[in-house]
Design a protein around this ligand. Structure first.
Ligand code: C5P
Length: 227
């Protein structure tokens, strides 16, 4: 298994930004696992929008093609909301989780490894990941970031969407959002993008050279802690 980095956290915490940065800096193939749930949500909406028919949901999940997802129409609140509703269904999760593991295990040797970001990467998809980072930030900060990102959507709508998704993702029975065993917590509330990316890169750098340094780093840095 190639070198692997697992990044988890709630919506708007900065996972995607960190994962993209690490992917470029360390030549890691990147998979945004939330996109698979969003693509499944798009297919569910096109199929009539029934989020309760678990047999149909599993069939739809099989159709998600990890390597051909058009991100363009998936970055909106409706898709995100349906994604988190269907993400509570164990059989759908099983199908998508397998696709994510296949992605990670089939990475070409042209890459140094993989970086996956999502909600259950360190706990379920890749529990043996070499590096696990749990990214978090205060709710208000996450809402502000999402508002800037989405441009035309009202802040109140985003706040409600994020609250509902956090509750669903954190409380579901199967693979809830949680700090995975061995994950380093990176609180990005008071950090700008550059600082966040540098902190994450330090962690990966340590894992690639000397893992003990990660423990020391987590003790000395105010925004890093190891579970
Ligand atoms: O990360 P993103 O906001 O695109 O994820 C959309 C939804 O997909 C999340 O709110 C969550 O319900 C679901 N998801 C998940 N497990 C993952 C990634 C995403 O349940 N690994």
């Amino acid at each position: 298994m190639a070198f692997s980095v697992a990044i988890d956290g709630p919506a708007g915490a900065g996972k995607g930004t960190i994962a993209k940065y690490l992917s470029e800096r360390f030549n890691l193939k990147h998979l945004d696992t939330g996109l698979l749930y969003r693509e499944a949500a798009r297919l569910v909406i096109a199929d009539g929008g029934n989020t309760l028919d678990v047999v149909r949901l599993e069939e739809i999940a099989q159709k998600v093609d990890t390597h051909h997802i058009n991100e363009e129409n998936l970055r909106n609140e409706e898709t995100a909301s349906v994604a988190s509703q269907i993400a509570v269904v164990p059989s759908l999760r099983r199908v998508l989780t397998q696709k994510m593991r296949d992605f990670a295990s089939s990475v070409s040797s042209a890459y140094q490894g993989v970086v996956l970001d999502g909600r259950d990467v360190g706990s379920v998809i890749l529990p043996q990941a070499d590096v696990k980072i749990y990214v978090t930030a205060d709710e208000q900060v996450r809402v502000l970031r999402r508002t800037k990102e989405l441009g035309s959507v009202a802040m109140q709508e985003i706040l409600e969407g994020i609250k509902a998704r956090d509750a669903r993702d954190g409380n579901r029975q199967t693979a809830p959002l949680q700090i995975a065993d061995g994950a380093i917590v990176l609180d990005t509330t008071f950090l700008d993008t550059k600082e966040v990316c540098e902190k994450a890169a330090e962690i990966v750098e340590c894992a690639l050279s000397n893992c003990e340094a990660i423990d020391n780093m987590s003790k000395t840095s105010s925004c890093l802690s190891k579970k």
